[in-house]
Design a protein around this ligand. Structure first.
Ligand code: SAM
Length: 381
């Protein structure tokens, strides 16, 4: 549902992508976006800043508001990219005004002004502050915004460590701003990607900063690994692949299986690819890697083929909101991608109502394994 962000007698129509699946009460901007806009509107001298950068703009509100300054947009989220493009179009703004970059791109052009929404993952914030070191100096102002309770002393310490003197604003509508004045002299090496080892088989799993389960195997994934489907000669999708641990295990166990790794995080898909390259280089020709919102990009391919199995350890939040709309889109997209008789295999917390939702979509649904915390459901098309 579109809603109007109205400030200083100017309005933007904004949606969260994908529009039709969102709860009607959810807005595509938050109090921190409003605070950043108000701060800059009251200080028009900043409109002359060159090299404007906008990091982690959840749904494009900041990018649309400051589009005339031709900002560079940087994010790890493909959903954020699609949201931003949708909102530029709704507001009759040309996407060519914006330079779009993923959080894996190296950008060294100098910048006078950086707007940064504090991401949910502290490691991603740390990586982005390190990335900024090459293009900031005493001429740069960094304005970061987030929920007041998400901005801790440790958050400010990261800005101080990697960039320079850092102060904060008062809280307004439970949001707070951070102001950082970089010295331009600090240079640190990134600690990311970080690695951990799976037990059996012993793979080295490398994880870029924003990857789910960056520090250890997720317990849902651990349970799924104990109950992988028979997949010899089959084509599978690892949907929401993260670092690719599920698909990698299939490639190892079934030397003729093919795996398509899909995630909305650029860092996740890059990690999955690096993990196949490092652990099973001979399996690379059996793999594809796709950045997508659920299976949008797979299903949009003109020559999209059907697959035999979809493996899914679904997410249950979007940014900071707890939601099952992504899991539900994953299930219905999986059904479209599967051959008749193909299987969607889902691991989830036992208390979730996935089986009820799956039974509305699939021919049959059964719990194929349970432990105290998780169930694995196999849904047959
Ligand atoms: N498969 C990995 C594992 O088992 O460790 C990761 C599972 S994690 C619970 C869910 C994954 O879904 C995350 O990697 C997240 O980035 C991805 N994700 C979230 N929203 C998505 C979306 N709209 N489309 C595709 N992937 C998404």
């Amino acid at each position: 549902m579109k809603a109007s962000l109205t400030l200083f007698e100017r309005s933007l129509q904004l949606v969260r992508y994908p529009e039709h699946l969102q709860h009607p009460s959810w807005q595509a901007w938050d109090a921190a976006d409003e605070y950043i806009i108000e701060y800059l509107q009251e200080r028009p001298e900043h409109s002359k800043a060159t090299g404007l950068r906008i990091y982690n703009d959840d749904f494009g509100a900041l990018t649309c508001w400051f589009a005339e300054q031709r900002p560079t947009w940087i994010s790890d989220s493909y959903v954020a990219l699609r949201s931003c493009l949708a909102n530029l179009a709704f507001n009759n703004m040309a996407p060519e005004q914006i330079s779009f970059s993923s959080s894996l791109d190296t950008i060294t052009a100098p910048t006078d002004l950086v707007l940064l929404k504090i991401p949910k993952t502290t490691a991603l914030l740390e990586q982005q502050l390190i990335d900024l070191q090459d293009s900031v100096g005493p001429h740069t102002l960094i304005i970061a915004g987030g929920k007041a309770n998400a901005i801790q002393k440790s958050t400010l310490a990261l800005f101080e460590k990697y960039l320079g003197v850092t102060t904060t604003s008062l809280a307004k509508k439970k949001a707070r701003l951070i102001f950082c004045h970089p010295t331009g002299k600090l240079k640190h090496r990134s600690p990311y990607p970080t690695q951990w080892f799976s037990e059996s088989p012993k793979f080295q799993l490398s994880n870029h900063a924003n990857v789910f389960a960056r520090q250890q195997l997720d317990i849902g994934a651990r349970f799924m690994l104990q109950h992988l489907p028979k997949a010899n000669g089959k084509t599978l999708i690892d949907l929401g692949c993260g670092n690719g641990v599920l698909g990698l295990s299939i490639l190892h166990k079934y030397p003729e299986a093919k795996v398509i790794f899909v995630d909305e995080s650029y860092m996740a898909v890059a990690s999955a690819k690096e993990n196949v390259q490092h652990n099973l280089p001979d399996a690379l020709p059996r793999c594809e890697f796709l950045v997508s919102n659920c299976l949008d990009e797979f299903l949009n391919q003109t020559e999209h083929r059907s697959v035999d199995i979809v493996l899914c350890n679904p997410p249950f939040h979007q940014q900071n909101a707890i939601t099952d709309h992504i899991a539900l889109q994953m299930f219905s997209d999986a059904k479209k991608a599967l051959v008749d008789g193909g299987e969607l295999i889902v691991v989830g917390n036992r208390h979730l109502d996935y089986p009820i939702k799956l039974k509305r979509m699939f021919r049959s649904v059964s719990a194929t394994a349970n432990n105290q915390k998780f169930s694995i459901f196999t849904a047959l098309k």
